[in-house]
Each structure stands twice: as structure tokens, then as C-alpha cells.
Design a protein around this ligand. Structure first.
Ligand code: NCD
Ligand code: ZN
Length: 345
């Protein structure tokens, strides 16, 4: 299969996606519908999706935009706050509304100001998730201003995640958008019993931190966790293409209007959805690992989430096309430049 020009795989899922709401939702959703069967939808709206009614309403607004001939399932998440009620989370889980709870350390990233100020405050919630077997999705960065921004993920592993996994030995956790060799090693060390998984974005597989400064300051390469050194990117490529079942696809596609990105305080987030699967194929092709793409994109995620694999397939072929300059007022990844693989309609 390495060197192949055409590849058919089970339809993949996106295990970490920002869809936003309103006009932006309408503009960005079609790109995901074309490629993915399901997506874990992040709850960091303004205000955040903290309750049952908010989540059901958001899910229905997404589904109302799905054409009748397309099968797509949004997997909704509950935004954890210091005062999140475990009973409500359990109700949402039992009703099939919530697929997971998302933990943002307060002020770690976009719309996280209502996030968790100290994990000690949500012990009751963590106990409940552990009992239910319901996944906790973690934005793994400390927010301590004394910690260098490039070290925030590695410090989080030591200070927060390792003690949490030890305190709650059956808690099921996804470490979202891992960006460092440290996180890859941490996941490998803790994942063997199937209780820890990790998503990997395609932009962290393709770019290192030099991209932030290539010929000038590049707001469209700014995301959180921030891009890291080349040695970390190589560790991520090794993890994604390893076939190990705890690593799976999560784009973290995070659209912001161009005016919010190109600003004195530009928002973090990279909009990869318009070519997400094609870009992952590029990474796996360059690594000589196209035969492992299906495990990463379509099989490992459902296994962690204990969901069936999608029944239909998608086909990719080698073939260059040009990404648009903007999609719905958002500048996509590779705007105006070439993508090496394409979806066969
Ligand atoms: C995300 C967003 O814009 O919502 N931004 C990002 O850079 N990834 C939030 C997040 O996932 O951290
Ligand atoms: Zn995200």
C-alpha cells in the first residue's frame, strides 16, 4: 500500500471539533459532513454548553443543517464548570445526549473563562464519570503565568493529569490535541489498560513552531496548544502512524472570522475542516504509512468511545487541488495553496 495512489477506508470520525453556532456553523459544517460520519462537538460556545437544554438545542441546530441524504451524528459534550452537577451529567449520559464531559482549565483557551479553576473542585464529578465509564476530555495545559507557554502541556501532565489518573484509577480520559513528545510518552505509559486515549490534530502533524514566524507573524498558524519544536512534531507523526489504538483523529478545527484572527490580540484556532482528511493522508503518505490511516482515522476512536465503526467508506486519491482563500469568512489552513490528496466524490 505505501506508494499507492488511491485508498478506500471506513468513513472516519472527527473526535475533536469546533462547529460554533449561527451563521458560522452554517458556513463550516458542510466541510465536516463531506468527510466524517460523527464528530465530538466542543462545548465552548458563548455562553458555554453546560446543561441538558443547551446541549439538546445545540444538537438540534446542527442536525437541522444536515441534508436528508447525509448520515451525520454530532456527539455532544458537556462543558465542565466548578459547579457542574454530576446528576445532570449522568442524566445526559443515560439519555444519549452527552458523549463526554470537556474539562477546560479556566482561562486556558478560547471561551474557557467558565472552566474549572481547580480540579479539586470537581472531585464529585470525576467520581461520577469514573463510575459511569463516561469519558473526560481534557485540554491539557496549565494556566500558571509563570510557566513558559511552550511548556504548559508538559507541566500539566506532571502537575494535574498524573495525580488525577492515580486518584481515579478507572476514570476514562482523552488527552486532547497532544503536541509534545512528553505527551506521547505519557499516553504510551498510561494507555495500556485502555483508559487513556489521545487525539492528534493535522496541523500539529504538519507544522512546527517556525510556521508562526515564517516571513512575518502568522496569525493563521496560531492555535492552542501552541505549535512546538520539530522534534515534537516528529514524535506526533510517529504516534499517529504507529497504529497504536490509543491515538486517534481529532482535527480541533477551530474557525474564527478573519477579523478576529488578523488582530492585535488574534484568537487561537486553525480551520482545517475543508481539507482535514486529505491533509492527514498527506502526513501518512510522507511517512510511508498510508496503510495505517484507517486505524487512526476510522477505527481507534470508536474503539475508545465504545461505539460501532461507521458502515460506509470514503475514497481518497492522489491529486492536487487548490484550497480557497476563504470559506464563509474564515481563512482555512493552506488558504490559496495546494492540497496533495482529494476525496473521490
Ligand atoms: C479552540 C477554539 O478556538 O475554540 N482554539 C484552539 O486554538 N484550538 C479552543 C481549543 O481547543 O483550545
Ligand atoms: Zn479544541
Amino acid at each position: 500500500m505505501p506508494g499507492t495512489d488511491r485508498l478506500t477506508l471506513r468513513r472516519p470520525d472527527d473526535w475533536h471539533l469546533h462547529l460554533r453556532d449561527g451563521a458560522l456553523l452554517r458556513a463550516v459544517l458542510p466541510a465536516t459532513l463531506k468527510r466524517f460520519g460523527r464528530a465530538v462537538v466542543m462545548p465552548n460556545l458563548r455562553p458555554p454548553v453546560t446543561g441538558l437544554a443547551e446541549a439538546a438545542g445545540y444538537r438540534d441546530r446542527i442536525l437541522a443543517l444536515v441534508p436528508s441524504d447525509i448520515r451525520f451524528q454530532p456527539l455532544m459534550t458537556c462543558y465542565a464548570a466548578d459547579d457542574t452537577d454530576p446528576d445532570q451529567v449522568e442524566t445526559g449520559w443515560r439519555d444519549g445526549l452527552f458523549a463526554a464531559v470537556k474539562l477546560y482549565p479556566a482561562h486556558a483557551t478560547t471561551n474557557s473563562d467558565r472552566g474549572v479553576t481547580d480540579p479539586a473542585r470537581i472531585r464529585g464529578l470525576l467520581e461520577r464519570l469514573q463510575r459511569l465509564g463516561m469519558p473526560l476530555l481534557v485540554h491539557g495545559e496549565v494556566t500558571d503565568p509563570g510557566i513558559d507557554v511552550f511548556d504548559r502541556e508538559a507541566v500539566f501532565l506532571d502537575r494535574v493529569l498524573a495525580p488525577m489518573l492515580a486518584d481515579f484509577p478507572a476514570l476514562r480520559v482523552v488527552l486532547e490535541h497532544v503536541t509534545t513528545a512528553d505527551a506521547v510518552a505519557f499516553v504510551r505509559a498510561h494507555a495500556a489498560d485502555g483508559r487513556l486515549g489521545a487525539t492528534i490534530t493535522v496541523h500539529h502533524l504538519l507544522l512546527n513552531r517556525n510556521a508562526l514566524f515564517a516571513g512575518g507573524l502568522r496569525p493563521h498558524a496560531w492555535c492552542l496548544p501552541v505549535l512546538k519544536r520539530e522534534r515534537h512534531r516528529l514524535a506526533l507523526v510517529d504516534a499517529a502512524t504507529s497504529g497504536e489504538p490509543w491515538f486517534f483523529l481529532g482535527t480541533d478545527s477551530a474557525p474564527h472570522p478573519v477579523t478576529a484572527k488578523e488582530s492585535a490580540r488574534g484568537c487561537a484556532g486553525i480551520f482545517t475542516a475543508p481539507a482535514a482528511l486529505e491533509l492527514y493522508a498527506e502526513v501518512f503518505d510522507r511517512a510511508g504509512a498510508l496503510d495505517r490511516l484507517e486505524a487512526f482515522a476510522s477505527l481507534n476512536g470508536p474503539r475508545f468511545y465504545r461505539l460501532p465503526v461507521n458502515r460506509d467508506t470514503v475514497t481518497l486519491e492522489r491529486g492536487r487541488w487548490r484550497m480557497a482563500e476563504t470559506v464563509g469568512g474564515v481563512v482555512p489552513f493552506r488558504a490559496g495553496a495546494d492540497i496533495e490528496w482529494r476525496l473521490v466524490p
